[in-house]
Design a protein around this ligand. Structure first.
Ligand code: C2O
Ligand code: CU
Ligand code: CU
Length: 497
């Protein structure tokens, strides 16, 4: 069936459901689409980019570009990506390496690329101040000073981050080091070591995924109803080993995912945002807020089929009327894992992964308080850019909000004084969670983090040390990683001096 006959077919279809690519996609946007045709598409694996050597520097070339992507058979969806039409390659770097990333912009508008989670000089960060104009190339040069971790990258243009990410610009950024080399974890990229960028999008009936904010999505964040893994709809992966390492990124604009396996089996979480946990943590439900990452190890037996699901979670700390609406969505599948009839035995999981240097509360020279706020009501909703703030202030690129001294250890006290959860993210450093409402964090959050979910009325204290990079004239950002909230002003700037 070609696009034109399908289009006329769609016109005559009842408003409640449309057919895209042979699988039903339900309308309206309440409720996620269930792939009724089963998981029929081979999971796309982003290209692995290890760069090339120029002198002593590893060089990576990235091009932001517009294109079209066929998510659903017969539908050409306008999208944007990096070195492709949707998403971007997985960059792999080594601790200690001097790198240069050439970011070229062939879009018809300015954008940026930010290395989320990376410890680096602010001028190389790719934040709102490092704008790449159309037809220009920006070179980001720095030395990797980082533990092995699954980081990521995405645009960060002031006021436009949400739209640029929604169109498809994001990718994973893997750091390896001597420690990760030595661990007997699956590390064969695309075979038993799989990047998994989880997202949701919403489509018009002719297959476009235009970014259009309603008053509701401006307030709550843009939540789709079609789930994707690595830009693949209804994906399956063929596993050939008894252990599968999934490097999961919540790459959505605004949705919190609650991940579980459909057979109820446990899995092991081995890493959080900034790298390995001290020891694997056994889990059966993994909550990932926007921008959070987790590396998990899934055990498989020959010929079995296991579904990675998003679970329907209502109530609890993230429930209630104003919760991220996706928390109340029905369960839906993200990925079917099909184990081959004959699979290779993987090495046993080590019981010790890394040794953390725990920061000590007594070493903190300062505590800063950050109130995460939303102004409710029609006035705020229609006010466009002014509905979300931190400490009473809407983001202003010309204003430095906090000045930090190089070498200091600080505590940041995050207070959610609004009615919905906010995933707080800061640039420059990996932090540790001291407590949530006075209670120690869950074992899988007991590690190096760069995003932390702060639930309504909750107080989360994090601790961090500012090392290496000071520049009074180049700020780092901190913000809510619900991208619509960030764009609406829930962001601030700090400098290290
Ligand atoms: Cu993921 Cu300020 O960014
Ligand atoms: Cu970031
Ligand atoms: Cu928020």
């Amino acid at each position: 069936m070609n696009v034109f006959t399908r289009r006329s077919f769609l016109k005559s279809t009842a408003a409640s459901a449309v057919v895209l690519g042979g699988a039903a996609v339900y309308w309206p946007r309440s409720g996620f689409a269930q792939p009724t045709g089963g998981m029929t598409n081979l999971l796309k694996i982003p290209a692995l980019e290890t760069g090339h050597a120029e002198g002593g520097v590893r060089v990576y070339d990235l091009t932001m570009q517009n294109g079209v992507t066929e998510f659903f058979e017969g539908y050409q969806t306008p999208t944007s990506g990096i070195n492709g039409s949707y998403l971007g390659p997985t960059l792999k770097v080594r601790d200690g390496a001097a790198i240069r990333i050439n970011v070229s912009n062939t879009l018809e508008e300015p954008s940026t690329l930010h290395w989320h989670g990376m410890h680096l000089p602010a001028r190389m960060d790719g934040g709102p101040h490092q704008v790449v104009s159309p037809n220009e190339t920006w070179a980001s040069e720095f030395t990797i000073k980082q533990k092995a971790a699954s980081l990521w990258y995405h645009p960060h243009l002031m006021g436009k981050t949400a739209e640029h990410v929604w169109r498809g610009m994001a990718g994973m950024f893997i750091v390896e080091d001597a420690e990760s080399d030595a661990l007997p974890l699956p590390n064969n990229y695309g075979i038993d070591d799989i990047p998994l960028v989880l997202q949701d999008r919403i489509f018009t009936r002719d297959g476009r995924m235009d970014y259009g904010l309603s008053m509701h999505s401006r307030m709550m964040g843009m939540v789709g109803n079609v789930p994707f893994a690595n830009g693949t709809y209804a994906p399956y992966f063929e596993a050939t080993t008894t252990k599968l390492r999934l490097r999961i990124l919540n790459g959505s604009n605004a949705s919190t995912y609650n991940l579980a396996l459909d057979n109820g089996a446990n899995f092991m979480q081995v890493a959080t945002d900034g790298g390995f946990l001290e020891a694997p943590v056994e889990m059966n439900l993994l909550q990932l807020a926007p921008a959070e990452r987790a590396e998990i190890i899934v055990d498989l037996v020959a010929a079995e089929k296991v579904m990675l699901l998003n679970m329907a979670i209502g109530g609890g700390s993230s429930g209630g009327m104003m919760s991220g609406e996706n928390n109340n969505a029905p369960a839906f599948p993200f990925l079917e894992i099909r184990a081959a009839a004959k699979i290779t035995q993987s090495a046993d999981l080590p019981s010790h992964l890394t040794t953390m240097e725990w920061l000590n509360e007594a070493d903190a020279v300062k505590t800063r308080v950050f109130n995460l706020e939303m102004q409710m009501g029609m006035g705020a909703m229609m006010g466009g850019g002014n509905s979300h703030s931190i400490n009473g202030k809407v983001m202003d690129m010309a204003r430095i909000d906090e000045v930090v001294n190089l070498g200091d250890t600080e505590i940041w006290e995050l207070r959610n004084v609004s009615m919905m959860p906010h995933p707080f993210h800061m640039h420059d450093v990996q932090f540790q969670i001291l407590d949530r409402d006075g209670q120690p964090p869950a074992p899988n959050e007991h590690g190096r983090k760069d995003v932390v979910m702060v639930n309504p009325d909750e107080v989360v204290r994090i601790i961090m040390r500012f090392e290496d990079y000071a520049d009074a004239n180049a700020p780092f950002m901190y913000h809510c990683h619900i991208l619509e909230h960030e764009d609406a002003g829930m962001m601030g700037q700090f400098v290290v001096v």
